[in-house]
Design a protein around this ligand. Structure first.
Ligand code: CMC
Length: 436
């Protein structure tokens, strides 16, 4: 084995530089150099020095992290070292949320305390309902969520004290607890139904179903299969390392704004159809395709770039997304309760055709987490536009873990990328009467 350094020769000057290579947990995955080390590479003394140019962070690590590991080539996802398959099968959303935020699985006592605190912060200030009422009846619930979660910062001015660990903990309880309440209220607003208040006797997922679907019954009883399925879906969404919304959370949080404002920014990032909005887009796409016979016609449109096959492709996974595999199995369980969904047949056939087609094979496009989740949500009775909201609820502990790690990392500062300027050189102002 040679030295852990990189030798670079600048052919403009003939000078040679030696730059250290650093490693993470795995020597073969994630070796990196500090791009700041490139700044010493200059043509002349006054030269700014070399930068890395990497639009969309295609090959730039923005942080060191101990939270989530993904090997996209092999389709591996682990939270704090634990494989997603084991957590989906044996853990619960609240236990996984604890794990992702604390780094270790809780003891029984720690889990009970954690669950107690989350359960007892689910209420929202009555004034929030007044904001909700101000939204138009057909307002997208994700737009309502972005607005109302950001507005929470005005109710908790103490949240500005982001350097105090006890204070951060309080906001973490509140955010994980209140996201489902905001989401459910947004949904009921769109139906013109009275808001249903949290029920502390129910589980996290069970209470969410209660706030969404409770009608005149005195006590809402969630179907245990659907409650479990929703809990597992939340587990699968908890974190996914430096994706678009986690990056938004870190970037906005790096200005030291309160976490409600940063979560609003992360939620806004998640709203887009290339990110958390994809589950909604998948369902609309499947409905548009309508029948198995129409699939070849749709695939043709994808190949001529008139459409995207939503729920396919991933920046990191160049293999089957492990979450998609688990979700396919949950779909089977859910349909034993809700009855079969014809869209599932279209999705399975679409996947079969795409996985054999040269266009998708050569680009290594596989189903991602959003491909099957929408079909389950539909079977469970969720309206299409609430799907990204479900993603946001599951992802909140991950955002908070990323935020906390960023705040406590001595390497981190306010996020401020460089740019390569390609505009005009200096020029003098021209009075309007002299302009052509
Ligand atoms: N349908 C058709 N072609 C695709 C798709 C797709 N879904 N995804 C990628 N491609 C093509 C793309 O056109 C490009 O082809 P070419 O090299 O000929 O120009 C090639 O595959 C590489 O794609 P890319 O756009 O460079 O990849 P990216 O890493 O920038 O984008 C992505 C990743 C997820 C935004 C993209 O795959 C996509 O738009 N997928 C559909 C939306 C989707 O399902 N999003 C959910 C992502 S998973 C959950 C989450 O993160 O929220």
């Amino acid at each position: 084995m040679g030295k852990d350094t990189l030798t670079i020769t600048d052919n403009r000057t003939g000078k040679t530089y030696e730059i250290p290579i650093q490693y993470g947990t795995y020597p073969t995955y994630g070796a990196s150099i500090r791009t700041a080390d490139l700044r010493q590479i200059k043509v002349s003394e006054g030269d700014f020095g070399l930068m890395g140019y990497d639009p969309a962070f295609m090959n730039t690590a923005s942080c060191k992290s101990t939270i989530t590991f993904i090997d996209g080539e092999r389709g591996i996802l682990r939270y704090r070292g634990y494989p997603i398959e084991q957590l989906a099968e044996r853990s619960t959303f609240l236990e996984t949320a604890y794990l992702i935020l604390h780094g270790e699985l809780p003891t029984r006592k720690q889990l009970d305390e954690w669950t107690y605190h989350i359960t007892h912060h689910t209420m929202i200030h009555e004034n929030i309902k007044k904001f909700m009422d101000g939204f138009h009846y057909d307002a997208h619930p994700m737009g309502i969520l972005v607005g109302t979660v950001g507005a929470l910062s005005t109710f908790y001015p103490d949240a500005k004290d982001i350097r105090d660990p006890a204070d951060r903990k309080q906001q973490i309880f509140r955010l994980i607890a209140k996201m489902p309440t905001l989401a459910a209220f947004a949904y009921r607003h769109s139906l013109g139904m009275p808001y249903a208040y949290p029920d502390n006797d129910l589980s996290y997922a069970g209470n969410f179903l209660n706030m969404l679907f409770k009608k005149t019954e005195l006590k809402y009883k969630p179907d245990p299969v659907l409650e479990k399925a929703l809990d597992v879906l939340f587990v699968l969404h908890v974190d996914h390392e430096q994706n678009c919304s986690a990056n938004a959370m870190r970037s906005v949080g790096s200005s030291h704004v309160d976490p409600y404002s940063a979560v609003a920014a992360a939620t806004a990032a998640l709203y887009g159809p290339l990110h958390g909005g994809a589950n909604e887009a998948v369902l609309r796409m499947l409905r548009e395709i309508g029948s198995k016979e129409k699939i070849p016609e749709f695939i043709k449109k994808v190949k001529t770039r008139e459409a995207l096959l939503m729920g396919f492709g991933h920046r990191i996974y160049k293999n089957y997304d492990p979450r998609a595999r688990i979700i396919r199995e949950i779909a089977r369980q859910v349909f034993t309760v809700t009855g079969p969904n014809p869209l599932l047949d279209i999705a399975i056939e679409l996947e079969r055709i795409a996985l054999e087609d040269e266009f998708f094979v050569t680009r290594r496009l596989y189903p991602n987490v959003d491909f099957y989740s929408g079909i389950i949500y539909e079977a469970m009775g969720f309206p299409v536009d609430i799907y990204p909201v479900l993603f946001a609820i599951g992802r909140t502990p991950g955002w908070l873990a990323q935020w906390q790690e960023m705040l406590t990392d001595p390497d981190q500062k306010i996020a401020r990328p460089r740019q390569v300027y390609t505009g005009s050189d200096h020029r003098d102002y021209v009075p309007i009467e002299l302009r052509r």
